[in-house]
Unconditional design. Structure first.
Length: 289
């Protein structure tokens, strides 16, 4: 059972929290939001907008009288309401309050908020997340996925895009992050595909789910669970596939604890499982060393 309360009501409250946080930080985009920087729970540098987004999101959950535990990239583990006293009606959430912080600082309009959530569990893992939302910070675009119920874009079910591995006229478009000492510099990988890097991992994965990009590859070993937890669910509800290309700390993504903010991963993801397998094999055999 998801919650005693209607799950649709909970989805709407979480959506409201994202909208309020988005509105606040996008209104401030022209201000100097880099004046204060801190090191967040993931060991990375945060800007003011990251923390403001998280604060507004959390305060909205509290105002909406929800109970649970928020696992956030910025502040770590944050309890709200009374989850220990009300476990049946409580939730767990994993939040990335602003993905694309450097784009935000530069005024480059590419970035999003993302959250995965599910019924409250002690020692929750990614496998306990049963719903997900990704919201574009700069356009009216929202992706939503629910385990067993499919994935949606602005309220409409997303139709899976068919991908041809043999189309030589229109090469595959791939988000590709590779700057690491662990690669074979003469691998020739980028000659076969049209590659780009937009500076927002979660939104680039969302573009894969929407069929606007064919695959996402990040072999730096720095991608964190909060970067991909929401879009992973959305992509897999489409029939897509997400895989690790370097043996990870946790063999199954579903086993990753929500309170592990610092472990980095190298991934390949596509809406086409065959393409995911093809790219993962090519990366492992020809690119990594």
């Amino acid at each position: 059972m998801w919650l005693n309360e209607s799950f649709i009501e909970t989805d709407l409250k979480i959506n409201k929290a994202m909208i309020r946080a988005k509105r606040e930080i996008t209104e401030r985009v022209t201000q100097n939001m880099r004046s204060k920087s801190t090191i967040n729970a993931a060991g990375q540098t945060s800007i003011d907008a990251d923390l403001i987004s998280e604060k507004i999101f959390l305060n909205t959950l509290i105002n909406e009288k929800l109970h649970g535990v928020l696992y956030s990239e910025e502040s770590g583990v944050l309890e709200f309401g009374h989850p220990s006293e009300n476990k049946e009606n409580s939730i767990v959430l994993m939040l990335d309050p602003l993905d694309g912080s450097q784009n935000y600082v530069k005024g480059l309009p590419i970035g999003c908020m993302s959250v995965g959530y599910g019924s409250y569990k002690d020692n929750a893992t990614l496998g306990d997340l049963s719903s997900a939302m990704v919201m574009n910070l700069y356009k009216d675009e929202v992706l939503f996925g629910k385990l067993g119920d499919g994935s949606y874009y602005n309220g409409n079910r997303i139709q899976k895009t068919e991908i041809s591995l043999t189309n030589k006229i229109n090469p595959l478009i791939i988000s590709y992050y590779f700057y690491t000492k662990r690669i074979n510099q003469n691998n020739g990988f980028t000659r076969h595909y049209s590659t780009r890097s937009l500076g927002s991992s979660a939104w680039e994965l969302a573009l894969v789910a929407l069929g606007k990009s064919d695959a996402y590859i990040d072999i730096r070993g720095v991608l964190k669970a909060h970067d991909f937890c929401a879009v992973k669910l959305i992509l897999e509800e489409l029939g897509g596939k997400f895989t690790f290309v370097v043996p990870p700390k946790y063999k199954q993504a579903e086993k990753i604890p929500l309170n592990d903010f610092k472990t980095g991963y190298s991934i390949v993801a596509s809406s086409d499982p065959q393409l995911t397998d093809h790219l993962a094999k090519e990366i492992q055999e020809n690119v990594l060393r």
